[in-house]
Design a protein around this ligand. Structure first.
Ligand SMILES: [Mg+2]
Ligand SMILES: [Zn+2]
Length: 193
């Protein structure tokens, strides 16, 4: 298949506060709630044949708050609920480590993103990262992708920190759906070739 403007691209999505409503250390599917229009946003990316990859820090595992089985349970349920609304996730990468472990995968480190780039033949500088924390924007900068801060989850609080810091999101969006609309426009205008 010939390359299109959508080839080699992925949108990396943070999970908590970006796709689902932030609760501290989500471990039970009874606490899983999708953010409004999150499924619609993801299906819009699917329709445009842009890979959708979740990249999430889950230190609750190394903190002993939940198990890998619990996490996979949540992920299966998340995928199921999205699927019901016509939205498909290409892959989920998670970091199970504690910040003190200084692993190479915990965001804002780029380990999970580099792995995804290999697995899916991506050009990271054509990719986007959407998240509710400045770490999501930092990792976008680290991989030369475009970072979009959503104002859901911790987003509004994090936005206030922007004044002090030197990291600059490419865009600030109300929510995931708003972010995705901006991305599609951005690609179609050839802003990120
Ligand atoms: Mg988050
Ligand atoms: Zn890690």
């Amino acid at each position: 298949m010939a390359d299109s403007i959508y080839s080699h691209r992925a949108v990396f999505l943070d999970r908590d506060g970006t796709i689902n409503i932030e609760v501290d250390y989500l471990k039970n599917i009874k606490d899983l709630r999708l953010i409004r229009d999150a499924a619609k946003a993801i299906s819009f990316l699917n329709q445009n044949k842009i890979k959708v990859i979740i990249v999430t820090n889950q230190s609750g595992i190394s903190r002993g708050l939940f198990s890998i089985d619990d996490l996979e349970n949540v992920h299966n349920e998340l995928k199921r609920r999205l699927r019901r609304k016509g939205a498909y996730i290409d892959a989920i990468y998670y970091c199970p480590h504690h910040p003190d472990e200084e692993c190479l995968c915990r965001k804002p480190k780029d380990g999970m993103f580099r792995q995804a780039a290999k697995d899916f033949d991506l050009k990271l500088n054509k990719c986007y990262v959407i998240g509710d924390k400045l770490t999501d924007i930092k990792v976008a900068n680290n991989i030369s992708a475009m970072g979009i801060l959503v104002r859901t989850g911790y987003g509004r609080l994090e936005q206030n920190k922007l004044r002090e810091g030197d990291i600059e999101p490419a865009h600030i969006a109300e929510d995931l759906c708003d972010a995705v609309k901006w991305i599609i426009k951005n690609i179609n205008r050839g802003k990120n070739d």
